[in-house]
Design a protein around this ligand. Structure first.
Ligand code: AMP
Length: 315
C-alpha cells in the first residue's frame, strides 16, 4: 500500500455566496483520499459514527479507497463542521465544530497501514497526528496539514507534530499565525528550522509556493471564472500533491515541482462545485489537460535583455 491518510471524515454544512448545503460528505481525509486516488492506492484511517451511511461509504468504494482502518462507532455521531464563506472565498469562517466520535479517537493502524510508503497527517488534533507518526516509523515521506482551530487552541502540540514530519502543507494565514511572523518568507524559514525538509504554502486564489533550505518554487492558481465552494480545496491540493509523489520514485526537486502542479490542478476542480461533487466524477483526461494548461500558463523563454542602441550610453 503506498499512501496512507489519517484525518477527519465529516458531515459539513456550508454556505457560500452561491448556495448552501445543510449536510454533505466532507472532512480532511475524505477530500484528500478522493483526490489522491487518481494517482495511487489510498488507505484511510479515521472514525465515523453510526449516522455514516452506505451512501457515504460508497463514495470511498467507487474510488477504490481502502477503508479497513476507518473505525465505526455505532452509538456515536460523525464529526461535524459548519462554515461560511463571504465574497472573499479565500477565508472560511467556522460557525461550528463538533468533534463527536473524534473526541475519543485512538488511531490503531493495521500492519498493512504501518507499511505505507507515504503518509499524510490530515487536519485533526495534533497529538493524534503524532501518535500516527510514531506508528509509521519506516515511511519514506510523511506530510502534515493543520488549521487555525488547532494553532489557536494547542500551538505547542502543533509545533511538536511539525518537528516530526518531512513536509508541512498549510495556508499562508496559518504559516503567519503559527510563527507570529507577518513576512511569509521569514515565517517559512522559521517553520523549516523546526525540522521539515519542505514547506508548501497554499495561497487560495493566488496559487501555491514551496520552500526548502535551498530552493523556492511558486505557481499561480488555475484561472477560474466560476468558484462555488472552496471547502476541501486545501485537502484536495494535498491529495494531488501526495498522490503524485506516491506514484513516483525517486522523489527529487523536479518531482516535487510537478506534484505542486498536480495539487493545484486537483484543487481547481474541487472548488467548481460543492464538497466532493466535482472531484467524484473527474477523469484522468481532464486532469492531464489542466496540467498542460499550467505548463503553458507559466512558460516563458529566457532571452537576456539588451537595451537597443540609441546613441546614448543608457546609463
Ligand atoms: P480545507 O481543505 O482546509 O478546506 O478543509 C475542509 C475540511 O476540513 C472540511 O470538509 C471539514 O470537515 C474539515 N474540518 C474543519 N475543521 C476541522 C477540524 N478542526 N479538524 C478536522 N477537520 C476539520
Amino acid at each position: 500500500m503506498s499512501l496512507l491518510v489519517v484525518g477527519s471524515v465529516a458531515f459539513d454544512a456550508v454556505e457560500t455566496p452561491f448556495g448552501k448545503r445543510e449536510r454533505m460528505l466532507g472532512g480532511s481525509a475524505t477530500h484528500f483520499g478522493l483526490s489522491a486516488s487518481f494517482f495511487t492506492d489510498v488507505r484511510v484511517v479515521g472514525v465515523v459514527g453510526g449516522d455514516f451511511g452506505e451512501e457515504e461509504m460508497s463514495v470511498f468504494g467507487e474510488r477504490g479507497i481502502d477503508t479497513d482502518d476507518l473505525e465505526r462507532v455505532e452509538g456515536g455521531k460523525t464529526f461535524f463542521w459548519s462554515g461560511r464563506y463571504d465574497f472573499d472565498l479565500n477565508t472560511a469562517h467556522t460557525l461550528d465544530t463538533q468533534l463527536n466520535v473524534f473526541a475519543d479517537f485512538k488511531p490503531k493502524l493495521s500492519d498493512e497501514s504501518r507499511r505505507a510508503r507515504m503518509v499524510f497527517l490530515g487536519n485533526i488534533q495534533p497529538d493524534l497526528q503524532r501518535e500516527v507518526r510514531e506508528q509509521v516509523r519506516g515511511a519514506e515521506l510523511v506530510a502534515l496539514d493543520t488549521m487555525n482551530y488547532w494553532i489557536t487552541s494547542v500551538p505547542d502540540a502543533v509545533r511538536e507534530a511539525i518537528s516530526a514530519v518531512d513536509v508541512v502543507i498549510i495556508n499562508d494565514a496559518e504559516a503567519r499565525q503559527l510563527t507570529g511572523e507577518p513576512n511569509l518568507i521569514k515565517a517559512a524559514r522559521k517553520i523549516l528550522s523546526w525540522g521539515p525538509r519542505a514547506l508548501v504554502v497554499k495561497r487560495g486564489e493566488y496559487g501555491a509556493a514551496m520552500f526548502t533550505a535551498e530552493s523556492y518554487f511558486a505557481i499561480p492558481a488555475y484561472p477560474l471564472e466560476a468558484v462555488f465552494d472552496p471547502t476541501g480545496a486545501g485537502d484536495t491540493f494535498a491529495g494531488g500533491f501526495m498522490g503524485y509523489l506516491a506514484s513516483r520514485d525517486p522523489i527529487d526537486d523536479d518531482t516535487l515541482r510537478r506534484a505542486i502542479i498536480f495539487g493545484s490542478v486537483m484543487a481547481s476542480f474541487n472548488v467548481e462545485e460543492f464538497g466532493t461533487e466535482r472531484v467524484r466524477r473527474l477523469t484522468h483526461e481532464e486532469i492531464n489537460r489542466r496540467f498542460r494548461d499550467f505548463k503553458r500558463m507559466t512558460h516563458f523563454e529566457e532571452i537576456p535583455f539588451e537595451r537597443a542602441a540609441s546613441g546614448k550610453s543608457g546609463v
